[in-house]
Ligand binder design. Structure first.
Ligand SMILES: [Zn+2]
Ligand SMILES: [Zn+2]
Ligand SMILES: [Zn+2]
Length: 579
């Protein structure tokens, strides 16, 4: 019975690329482990694990499974967490136990000459998965890349945009656009890196943690953070700086605990460094929205917009002001109205904001139109002194930008530096820790982790375990990311870097994409919109994606659905499937 299920799982999976297969078949040691996609209990997807003798190649398993001499051992139940995260590092060469097919280069070349580039790509991918040398991988990836380039010269597909190693094109199915790599990318390669077009710390997070206005890094000390939320700092807490760096390796211009004020007339924003401050005051939305630069009427309109965003639980309304500010700055730098409108609005997927209503009963198109009718006059007042902004304050354009935010924005989540300091607990009393925890409660419901981590018995205990402080939360519209499609088995992950981190290319907040496995020329770059779906059974993934407002039809989900819906075949007396 179980063998049949393994066989069927592998047969159904044969449409997968080899790295996707690798989720189901993996060899951490001498043995090949095969995820039984059905399991003894239907619906318990991926939760059991089978062992196959190491001479069996999981990719030829469907044929081999018909050999009566093959024996399968079942070591009992394993959880996905029992296996190391493949995303962290490349497996040692040949970890899959068999080395590349000796004929792979011939097969690859044959495919190339037949112009069957999709198969050539899978032959190459399989060889890399089985430990072909990096040198060979790069050499043959180059061949594939050159042939794909030649094909493109003939077919002339439209490249809609370029982001570092990636291009945006229509997807091969013709439904929508996707991000593709023209050339080979190894493990952990960076595909693109950019500052989001516009981003803000969420209003709820802003109440709990004081961050650099430019890069969103929490600043100051335990004492200054407690004061920020109107709690009395205990003695000595000013000696606990917020820094992820030991003092001696702190990069130039960054100093643990340092808080740089804006100095704009009464502006209460702060910065982590002088470089973040000067960048923010010249190139970020703060260059326009600083209290010291807005007139009193405009400033109070911005305050009202923030309140509206909080009351209606629509932080995107506040982001809209920052977005319009960034568009205005782009106009000031000499870009044409049309160019700015394209880059900040019309290039993205969109729909009128009111047409996307329906997350819950109170979220109706009428309610959204009411919000818009409150927000637009506020935006007009905020930007009343900015002639260059007036063209962007059109209600249809603003509604479409809000629609874009809703469809493609990424949630920012940055770790709180105080969680890495166990001695924080020595300075906190039970009451203080309790107050901090209470304050942050609204943020906990926002996080998508669904309480997967076990919570400590008391707030003070969670401070000791480095869990008291919630992540800094925000929302960002990032260009390359907006074109990246979803997969429950993603081949890249998204990272953030604040100004002082080595990955940042300058002041402000940076986002970048890192490969989770090698990509061969022509591959589509895919990310998990909800990172916690990775490695979860179908039902859990569907539930999480549904909460995100999305029914997932990625290849992993479609295959799992097929496996679930087909009846288990009748077992034979021998225990082996019939041909
Ligand atoms: Zn900063
Ligand atoms: Zn300011
Ligand atoms: Zn999926």
């Amino acid at each position: 019975m179980a063998q049949t299920a393994v066989y069927r799982a592998l047969a159904a999976l044969s449409g997968f690329d080899t790295w996707e297969m690798e989720k189901y078949a993996r060899a951490p040691s001498q043995e090949v482990r095969v995820w039984d996609a059905r399991g003894p209990d239907r619906g318990e997807l991926h939760s059991t694990c089978s062992t196959i003798p190491n001479e069996v190649d999981p990719w030829t398993m469907p044929e081999n499974a018909l050999r009566p001499e093959l024996s399968l051992k079942f070591p009992g139940s394993l959880q996905p967490s029992d296996l190391p995260d493949m995303a962290v590092s490349a497996p040692p060469a040949g970890v899959l136990g068999m080395g590349p097919d000796p004929n792979w280069i011939d097969n690859f070349t044959t495919c190339i000459f037949k112009q069957d580039y999709d198969t050539a790509r899978e032959v190459l991918r399989s060889a890399i998965a089985r430990g072909a040398s990096t040198h060979l991988a790069e050499q043959y990836a180059k061949v594939l890349e050159e042939f794909l380039t030649k094909r493109d010269e003939v077919e002339n597909p439209v490249v809609l945009a370029r982001f570092d190693e990636c291009v945006v094109r229509e997807t091969s199915s013709g439904q929508g656009r996707g991000l593709y790599v023209p050339s080979y990318q190894t493990w952990g390669a960076q595909l693109w890196k950019e500052r989001p077009l516009a981003y803000i710390q969420s209003p709820g997070s802003r109440k709990c943690v004081q961050v650099c206005c430019a890069c969103l890094l929490p600043v100051g000390s335990l004492a200054s953070q407690l004061k920020y939320i109107n709690l009395e700092p205990p003695p000595g807490s000013e000696k606990i700086p917020l820094s992820t760096y030991p003092d001696e390796v702190c990069p130039d211009g960054f100093c643990p605990g340092q808080v740089i004020t804006c100095d704009g007339n009464d502006c209460s924003e702060v910065f982590c460094s002088e470089s973040c401050r000067s960048w923010a005051l010249s190139e970020s939305s703060h260059a326009i929205l600083c209290k010291g630069r807005l007139g009193p009427k405009s400033w109070s309109a911005l305050q009202s917009l923030e309140l509206l965003a909080i009351e209606t639980d629509s932080e995107h309304l506040l982001l809209l002001a920052h977005h319009v500010a960034c568009m205005t700055l782009a106009r000031r730098s000499g870009q044409s109205f049309e160019a700015v409108k394209h880059r900040f609005a019309s290039q993205f997927a969109s729909a009128p904001w009111d047409s996307l209503a329906g997350a819950d009963d109170s979220d109706t198109p009428e309610e959204r139109r009411r919000c818009m009718s409150c927000a637009i006059p506020l935006l007009e007042t905020i930007f009343e002194a900015e002639d260059l902004a007036s063209g962007f304050l059109d209600s249809e354009l603003l509604s479409n930008i809000l629609g874009t935010f809703e469809l493609v924005n990424m949630c920012i989540s940055l770790p709180h530096p105080l969680n890495s300091r166990a001695d924080v607990a020595d300075y906190l009393t039970e009451e203080l820790a309790e107050a901090l925890s209470k304050m942050q409660e609204p943020l906990q419901s926002d996080s998508e982790s669904e309480q997967e981590t076990e919570h400590a018995s008391s707030p003070l205990a969670s401070a000791r375990q480095g869990q008291l402080f919630e992540n800094v939360i925000g929302t960002a519209l990032c260009e390359a990311l907006a074109f990246t499609n979803h997969s429950c088995l993603p081949n890249c992950r998204i990272e953030f870097a604040t100004a002082s981190q080595p990955e940042a290319k300058g002041p402000g907040l940076w986002m970048y994409s890192v490969t989770r496995r090698p990509l061969v020329p022509g591959d589509e770059v895919l990310m998990a919109y909800v990172p916690s779906v990775v490695g979860q059974p179908l039902q859990v993934r569907q539930r999480k994606m549904q909460k995100f407002g999305f029914t997932c039809h990625c290849r992993t989900c479609e295959t799992d659905r097929v496996l679930e819906s087909e009846p288990v075949p009748v077992d034979t007396s021998s225990g082996y499937p019939q041909p």
